[in-house]
Each structure stands twice: as structure tokens, then as C-alpha cells.
Write a protein that binds this ligand. Structure first.
Ligand code: ADP
Ligand code: MG
Length: 700
């Protein structure tokens, strides 16, 4: 009974801070509601005349929820969101104010864009930009402010954010997928949406300990730290029972997310100590992207209330698992059909195989773009390091589906009978197990029954990037298929041909084995699959001809916009390493070196008094000498890093600079860390200047 009351409670307050369909229906005149609903569902342009009415209703509702301000909420080329708050107040002649919010203010905002990364586009638009309401994602109230999800462009229309390309890619995918559906006789679907359910990993550390570590404060990860005696080797944390403090945190997080309409569903401990995960129920890509940004923000905010800090960095601790974000992705029609569900009838199966082939071909042909969509300095510590998932992109289909797909290559798998119904010469598909539990956890791109799980995203990534790239790639392949099939005299024969060719030319992207093994690296090279082990290696792929053409074809980006993105990503990489290097130098000079000297002095003082008392000092001498020698190495390593950080300033080319950061600065950081971590194991705890891994990982 009490359980029932509790669950009713959630149902009562779920989405209470969201201007959602129910609220719209309640508060808008019928015709306005209908017009807005059409816009929201079909992506049609919003009737300007109704904007004033919607704005006013939104304002009244928000004020009742305690809002005094509104903000256009957008996603610039950082991984976080941006907002500028304006109050609703408008002065009246009698020295008072009224609360106002116009349709114009709802539809368009004009934040000063000059301080956001623009990658060279800035000069062309003189720092002016505007935000445009995305009516497909609901407005909400948070912290006494009405948040309006928007896209962000320059005045001359150049894209400056992550949301615009995502929205555009959803449009083009819908258009191309509908062409395919029509060919299969579907006359009812009017839109295909991409759906995403991002599983978010994170670490929690004690706030008091966090505050003592400059590296965590400035770079989000530990730049020093010797291995603790216990790590994740006992595998006792994964799905383990939640500690009270963590449970309280997760409870509040769920509640706050539910109020904002985020369907937080699953929560559990992850593999590494102090690591956890939250997964929502999937939704339409752009809403999933907005909700994931909100989730990350709330994770950080609520942690502070519990005396914790939430780390979203991909690799906060060396030697223990990093954090990623699994991007579960599918396509579905607005009449509710999941296009990656094999279905029950031969007809549905053939249609499924068509979409599956588009994914296989797309992922193979554009694996560089997919790799690029998840590239960052932080994620380099996972991808390509000895960790999940590897930097090589391959697709896991499972044995059964692989068999089906392989048989497509061999002959006339699809026939149509007299009634023009499809007949498949494969038995397996209609009974294809949807609860395919025997999943390959090592695959970067795995089919999991009725969706693909792209597992390479970093925990701090915006999911927009991976998804607009994925959508665009699949749109391209569907477009190629549709071009051929629409022209074909014999649809079935042409489809067979497409299947045969696709599998023949692209089956090397399918790999069901262990992606972490060294054999796979060798095998993948034989298959000609690229292995971009670092961000610096893969970023130049953004501007190669085939990729520029792809984005231009579907009007996702102009060439100038692609170049600007490339510049921003390079710049971001270099800046990240630079901050880390400077932080290391500061910590090493101002904290570690003095601590080691102090400890050495303490040993020498002990030695002196022992000597005076005529007691043997073998241990002290040995220790002091070793510490002295390591102190020299430490000082040397600091000097090398300092000189590299100065040297890099002479490089003007952005790619060369990023390469220098990768090959020289980062290498010098690793050397410095090596010496410092060795010293940590020798210096007394009382003297070590900041909390160790043991304290950070096992103290929540
Ligand atoms: P895992 O075993 O990897 O934790 P789950 O089965 O718990 O995976 O689901 C992971 C995510 O996949 C959830 O967020 C879920 O909502 C999402 N998901 C399920 N179906 C779809 C779909 N059709 N499109 C996108 N995401 C989906
Ligand atoms: Mg998963």
C-alpha cells in the first residue's frame, strides 16, 4: 500500500515544472494549441501570430511556479549549456512594473555571441548571434527562471551550436527514411524520428577532499596519484548495494529530474569504486540531448548539497575504469514502428534488413566521422588506451543476425510471390530473439535487439555531436538505396542486389569477437579498418572531401562551418592539455616538491638526533638518499614540462600545435607524474600535500 502511495506521488509531480502538452492543452485556446502541436510533432514552421499567445500563457504559468526571469537556453560549442537571464519586468508610467513576455522574445533571443567558440566564423558576423526557439523541446522552470530550449546561430545564419545540426540531421533522416517506407508500401507514416537513450556514467567524491586537489578543480581529473592497494579488481562495486549517502543523492537526483520531465529510470553502482550510472527511458534525439545536458547539470548541482562532487570527466583516476556514455539509438515512425525491430512478418523483416544494411554501410564508410564525433582530450584516455571501448569502430550483430546478413550475400534471399508479398529464404529472422542477452560488452557499436548501442561517447560529451553525425550518415545511405529502388523496374531484384553488394563490400565492419584483444588490432588493420588512437589523429578527417561533401549535400553545414568546427575542436584539445600541464607544474612546484623536502628534512633531523645518541641510522640514510635522488628527477621533470609549455607557444598552425601538445607536452606530463607518484609511495601520509586515491575512491 505505501509503495502504491509513493508511486502515485511520483506520477503527481512528474513533469510539474515543464510546460508540456497537458499544460499547453489546459492553458492555450484550442486553435493555438492545435497549431503549436502540429509544429511540435511535424516540425512545421510556427505560425507567428500564435507566438504572442503562447508566450503569454507560458509566462503566466512560469510566474505561478515562482519564475521572475526567462532565458534562452542553448548549447554552444562547449560541452555545457549557456543561458542569459532576463526578467519579465516592464516599467509602467506610475513607477511600478508589470510582468511581460512577448512572442518575439519567445521566438528569438540576441545574446552577445562574442565569447563563445566560433572557430573563425566570428569575424564574419561581428560577434552578433541569435537564439531561436526549438518548440519541439518543452520549456521548463528551474531556479525561478523559465528555460526556453533554443538553437544558436550567427546573424548571418552560420551555425554556432550543437543543437542546430542535430535538428537538421533529424529532418534529413526523416525525409530519406520515409522514401524507403513508401517503397515498402507504408502510406501512413508522415515522419521518422531518431530515438536515443543515453546511459550516463559518473564518479562521486567527497567535497572536502576534492577541494584539496587543484587537479580536480582545474581539470576535472587527477593528474597525480599512486595506485591504491585496492582498486576494482575484486569486482565488488558493480551493482553493489548503495551506500546511504549515495542512495540519498540518487533519490534527490531522480526527484529533481522527474520534476523536469526527465525519465530517469535506472541507477546503479558501476565497475570502479565511487563510480555510478544513471539511464533514462529513451526519447526523441533532440529532447534526449536536452535532457542529458540537464541530467549532467543536476548531477553536479545536487552532489554539492550532499557534500559530494560529481566528476563527469572520462578518466578521473588512472588505473581504474573511466566513464562513458552509451548512446542507444534507433529510428521510429510517428505511427510507432521501430525501424530497427526485426518485426514478425517477412515484410517487416525485409524492411528491417534494408535499414540494417544502411547502418552497416554507413558505419563502415564513415567510421572516421563516428570516431571523430567522440574525440576529446578526456576521451583519449579511454579510447585507444587499454580500456573499453577500443578506438577501432566495428559492429556487433551477434551470431544469429550475422548468419542472416551473410546469407544475403550469397544469392536471391528475397523473393516475392504472386501476391507480391515478400518471401525470405531465411528462417531465423521472424523468430529473431529480441532479448538478446548474450551481448558483447566490448563492441563499440552493438546491435542490442531493436537498437544500436554506440558506446564510445565520453561521459562529459554532449550527445548531439555523435547523433547528428550518425543521423546524417544513415540519411546518406538511405538516400542511395532509395535512389536506386525508386528507379528500379524490378524492386525485389534491385533490393537483392543492394543487399548483396552491401554485405560483400562492408561485412568487414562486422566483428562479434573480443574488441579488447590485441589480436583484434592486428585483424582490424588487415581488414583496413582505421584505428585513430587519439583526437589529434582523427580530427583532420572532418575536412576531408568525402565528409565535407556529405554535410554539404544535406545542408547540415557549409564548408566554412565544418572548418570552424575543426578549429574549435583542435583549439579545445590544445587548451585542455595546456591547463593540465600548468596545473601539474603548479602542484609539483608549490605542493609536492616542498612536501618532499620537508619530509626529507624530517628524516635528516631524526638521523641527526639518532646519530648524536649513538644509534644506527641505516634506514634514514637510505631513505634520505633515495628521496634526494628522486627530488632531482622531480625537479628535472618539472623543468622539461615547463620548457615544453613555453616551446609550444611558438607554433602557429593549430594542428601542429595540437600534435605538439600530444607528443611532447603530454609525454612530459606523464614523466613528471611517474616521478611524483613514486614519491607519493615513499613520503609519510602526514606530509603528503593532498588526498590520495585511497581516500578519494573509498571515502564516500
Ligand atoms: P544496458 O543493458 O546497456 O544497460 P538497457 O536495456 O537497460 O541497456 O537500455 C539502455 C537504454 O536503451 C535505455 O535508456 C533505454 O531506454 C534505451 N532504449 C531502449 N529502446 C530504445 C530505442 N528504440 N531507441 C533508443 N533507445 C532505446
Ligand atoms: Mg549499455
Amino acid at each position: 500500500m505505501s509503495e502504491q502511495i509513493k508511486s502515485q506521488g511520483v506520477a503527481d509531480y512528474f513533469g510539474c515544472n515543464v510546460f508540456n502538452d497537458t499544460v499547453m492543452k489546459e492553458r492555450l485556446p484550442k486553435n493555438v494549441y492545435k497549431s503549436l502541436k502540429r509544429t511540435r510533432e511535424l516540425g512545421t514552421e510556427l505560425d507567428r501570430e500564435i507566438a504572442d499567445i503562447v508566450a503569454n500563457a507560458m509566462k503566466d504559468w512560469a510566474i505561478e511556479k515562482g519564475a521572475t526571469h526567462y532565458t534562452h537556453w542553448f548549447q554552444p560549442m562547449t560541452n555545457i549549456t549557456a543561458e542569459k537571464h532576463d526578467s519579465f519586468i516592464s516599467p509602467t508610467s506610475d513607477g511600478k512594473v508589470i510582468m511581460e513576455f512577448s512572442g518575439k522574445e519567445l521566438i528569438k533571443g540576441e545574446p552577445d555571441a562574442s565569447s563563445f567558440p566560433s572557430g573563425g566564423l566570428r569575424s564574419t558576423f561581428e560577434a552578433r548571434g541569435y537564439t531561436a526557439w526549438d518548440p519541439t523541446s518543452c520549456a521548463f522552470v528551474k531556479d525561478n527562471t523559465l528555460y526556453i530550449p533554443t538553437a544558436f546561430c550567427s546573424y548571418s545564419g552560420e551555425v554556432l551550436d550543437k543543437k542546430t545540426p542535430l535538428l537538421r540531421s533529424m529532418e534529413v533522416l526523416s525525409e530519406q527514411a520515409l522514401r524507403i517506407l513508401r517503397l515498402f508500401g507504408n502510406t501512413t507514416a508522415t515522419r521518422v524520428v531518431t530515438t536515443v537513450g543515453p546511459e550516463q556514467e559518473y564518479f562521486l567524491v567527497d567535497k572536502k577532499l576534492y577541494e584539496k586537489r587543484k587537479d580536480l578543480i582545474f581539470s576535472g581529473r587527477t593528474l597525480f596519484g599512486a595506485k591504491p592497494p585496492k582498486g576494482q579488481e575484486m569486482e565488488d562495486h558493480y551493482f553493489g548495494s548503495l551506500k546511504q549517502r549515495v542512495a540519498d543523492y540518487m533519490k534527490e537526483l531522480d526527484e529533481e529530474l522527474w520534476k523536469l520531465g526527465v525519465c530517469a529510470k535506472t541507477k546503479h553502482n558501476e565497475v570502479a569504486p565511487a563510480q555510478h550510472e544513471l539511464a533514462p527511458i529513451f526519447s526523441t534525439s533532440n529532447i534526449a540531448a536536452d535532457h542529458n545536458q540537464l541530467t549532467m547539470e543536476m548531477m553536479k548541482k545536487i552532489a554539492l548539497k550532499h557534500g559530494l562532487v560529481c566528476l563527469l570527466h572520462e578518466k578521473p583516476f588512472a588505473g581504474v575504469n573511466g566513464s562513458g556514455k552509451h548512446n542507444n539509438w534507433s529510428m521510429s515512425t510517428n505511427d510507432g514502428q521501430n525501424l530497427l525491430d526485426p518485426g514478425d512478418s517477412p515484410m517487416e523483416n525485409v524492411q528491417f534488413l534494408t535499414f540494417l544494411c544502411a547502418v552497416i554501410k554507413g558505419v563502415h564508410e564513415y567510421s572516421d566521422l563516428l570516431r571523430l564525433s567522440v574525440a576529446s582530450a578526456g576521451n583519449d584516455h579511454r579510447l585507444g588506451a587499454n580500456e573499453a571501448p577500443p578506438a577501432i569502430i566495428s559492429i556487433f550483430l551477434g551470431d544469429e543476425l550475422t548468419q542472416v546478413v551473410e546469407s544475403l550475400e550469397s544469392g536471391e534471399m528475397i523473393k516475392s510471390n504472386e501476391k507480391k508479398e515478400f518471401v525470405i529464404n531465411v528462417k531465423a529472422i521472424p523468430n529473431f530473439p529480441k532479448d538478446n542477452t548474450d551481448r558483447n560488452r566490448t563492441s563499440p557499436f552493438a546491435f542490442t535487439g531493436n537498437k544500436f548501442e554506440f558506446r564510445m561517447l565520453g561521459s562529459s560529451d554532449s550527445i548531439s555531436c555523435a547523433n547528428f553525425i550518425l543521423n546524417t550518415i544513415i540519411a546518406e545511405e538511405l538516400c542511395q538505396f532509395a535512389d536506386r529502388l525508386e528507379k528500379a523496374d524490378d524492386f525485389t531484384a534491385e533490393l537483392n542486389k543492394i543487399f548483396r553488394e552491401t554485405i560483400k563490400e562492408h561485412k568487414q565492419i562486422i566483428f562479434n569477437g573480443n574488441n579488447y584483444s590485441s589480436e583484434w588490432v592486428v585483424e582490424a588493420a588487415k581488414r583496413g579498418l582505421p584505428n585513430y588512437t587519439s583526437t589529434v589523429d582523427v580530427l583532420p578527417q572532418y575536412i576531408v572531401e568525402k565528409n565535407v561533401k556529405l554535410f554539404e549535400k544535406f545542408k547540415i553545414f557549409t564548408e566554412a562551418e565544418i572548418h570552424s568546427r575543426y578549429e574549435i575542436l583542435l583549439d579545445n584539445y590544445s587548451k585542455t592539455i595546456n591547463i593540465e600541464a600548468l596545473t601539474m607544474i603548479e602542484m609539483a612546484r608549490k605542493e609536492i616538491l616542498p612536501a618532499v623536502l620537508e619530509y626529507t628534512k624530517f628524516i635528516c633531523d631524526t638521523m641527526a638526533s639518532k646519530k648524536a645518541a649513538g644509534v644506527a641510522t641505516t634506514v634514514e640514510e637510505k631513505l634520505a638518499n633515495k628521496l634526494s635522488a628522486l627530488t632531482v628527477s622531480l625537479e628535472d621533470a618539472i623543468c622539461v614540462l615547463e620548457s615544453k609549455v613555453i616551446e609550444v607557444k611558438n607554433i602557429s598552425d593549430a594542428l601542429e600545435m595540437a600534435k605538439f601538445y600530444r607528443n611532447e607536452v603530454f609525454a612530459a606530463m606523464q614523466s613528471l607524474r611517474g616521478v611524483a607518484d613514486e614519491l607519493e609511495t615513499m613520503v609519510s601520509e602526514k606530509f603528503w600535500p593532498f588526498p590520495t586515491y585511497s581516500e578519494l575512491l573509498f571515502n564516500v
